[in-house]
Design a protein around this ligand. Structure first.
Ligand SMILES: *Cc1c(COP(=O)(O)O)cnc(C)c1O
Length: 406
């Protein structure tokens, strides 16, 4: 089936009573007929549900659908995008290990990587797509390569095929944050990513009504005992090693489960992902083009423009469009604030992927705690506005930006 058909029908989420959406199983625990049945579920000998921190039918329906869309082996839904990133990494790392990561990351991920230094896990930052620098950064301790498909807010586009190839040549997996692109713009597993993470709070949900995240394991990476001793007894499950360890370990023990109601809201949002991404990519392109053609004193950055340093990679990696996010540099922080304050339609808030257009001044908000080096790496400047373009009528958006600038 095509992507838009899968958005509506993939996975076994048919309800026995005929409901067209999966029921919200808002229950903490699930009763079994016999003690033997419950013991069987606990022992992993019987399929079923016992406790929502471990698994829940509505959450499973969301996981199955995402797994189908990403083309993975299995997906695990979490309480937030940050929880999903934490799980993807901590499931395979231990003290003494190193992460090689693209430097142009979402601020929350940079903060997380700083937090886990206390547990002996170090991150080496590299410039995205700088293959020499990336090659040189590998050591015996490197256990994972991490990047974002479209860096936020740098808007650099990762050459996933090439990065996966380098990671694999060193015997380590590529974990990719695909939040800004979503599986609609790129099926990252087909390009070699081993574990794909999405903050489903953004485009997947679409209306900003639930914080949530989901990771998908391709099942393709060959875990070995020498390099990944933390996978321990789970290595015997072969391609299921990663997911079995996560589900039986950190996922349930840290307690990062997604609530059934939020899973349900995500399933509804997901149905229109294709339509929304088409419209948002189109609106973002038109708005970016309009800035470029009309304002000599405004510097616009959008991977869909030929003027973007990442346009060629973007054309190779992304299909169906170049995403809904662009940035503009307007000369000064004062002018950035003035323009934002005069806008009538966009909301001033720190989020992306909403149906509504959103604007934020990153250097005074989401990047407030970044160092000079981190700001430079993530392409954050004092005069930069990030625009997450919604599905409004483009003429209205253009007219609004025009009056605000004037
Ligand atoms: C928002 C975001 C996250 C974190 O997701 P939450 O759901 O807010 O925890 C991670 N990566 C990227 C690229 C994001 O935009």
């Amino acid at each position: 089936m095509g992507f838009n058909t899968d958005l509506l029908h993939a996975g076994k989420i048919k309800d026995s009573k005929g409901a067209t959406l999966p029921p919200i199983y808002q229950s903490s625990a699930f009763e079994q007929e016999t003690s033997e049945d419950l013991a069987g579920i606990f022992g992993g000998r019987k399929m079923g549900f016992c406790y929502t921190r471990v698994a829940n039918p509505t959450v499973s329906a969301f996981e199955e659908r995402i797994n189908k869309l990403e083309g993975g082996l299995a997906s695990v839904a979490c309480a937030s995008g940050m929880a999903a990133i934490s799980m993807a990494l901590l499931n395979i790392l231990q003290a003494g290990d190193e992460i090689i990561s693209s430097a142009s990351l979402y601020g929350g991920s940079i903060d997380l990587f700083r937090d886990i230094e206390a547990f002996g896990i170090k991150t080496i930052y590299v410039k995205n797509n700088d293959w020499d620098e990336i090659e040189k950064s590998f050591t015996e301790k490197t256990k994972v390569v991490f990047a974002e498909t479209i860096g936020n807010p740098c808007l650099d586009v990762t050459d996933i095929d090439k990065l996966a190839e380098i990671a694999h040549s060193h015997g380590v997996p590529l974990v990719l944050d695909n939040t800004t692109a979503t599986p609609y713009l790129v099926k990252a597993i087909e390009h070699g990513a081993d574990i794909v993470v999405n903050s489903s709070s953004k485009y997947i949900n679409g209306s900003s009504n639930s914080i949530s995240g989901i990771l998908t394991d391709s099942g393709n990476f060959k875990w070995t005992k020498d390099r990944y001793p933390v996978l321990g007894e789970y290595l015997k499950f072969g391609k299921f090693a990663f997911v079995s360890k996560l589900r039986n370990g950190l996922y349930r023990n840290v307690g990062v489960c997604l609530s059934p109601l939020n899973a349900y809201l995500n399933i509804i949002g997901l149905e229109t992902l294709g339509l929304r991404m088409d419209r948002q990519s189109d609106n973002a392109y038109r708005l970016a083009k309009w800035f470029e053609e009309n304002y000599k004193d405004i510097k616009v950055n959008y991977p869909g423009l030929e003027s973007s340093d990442w346009h060629d990679v973007a054309k190779r990696v992304l299909k169906n469009g170049f995403g809904g996010i662009l940035t503009i540099r307007v000369g000064s922080k004062e002018r950035a604030f003035e323009i934002m304050n005069k806008l009538q339609i966009p909301y001033i808030l720190s989020n992306i992927g909403d149906t509504k257009t959103l604007v934020v001044h990153p250097s005074s908000t989401i990047s407030l705690h970044s160092t000079e080096k981190e700001l430079e790496d993530s392409g954050v400047y004092d005069d930069l506005i990030r625009i997450s373009v919604g599905i409004e009528d483009i003429d209205d958006l253009i007219a609004d930006f025009k009056q605000a600038i004037n």
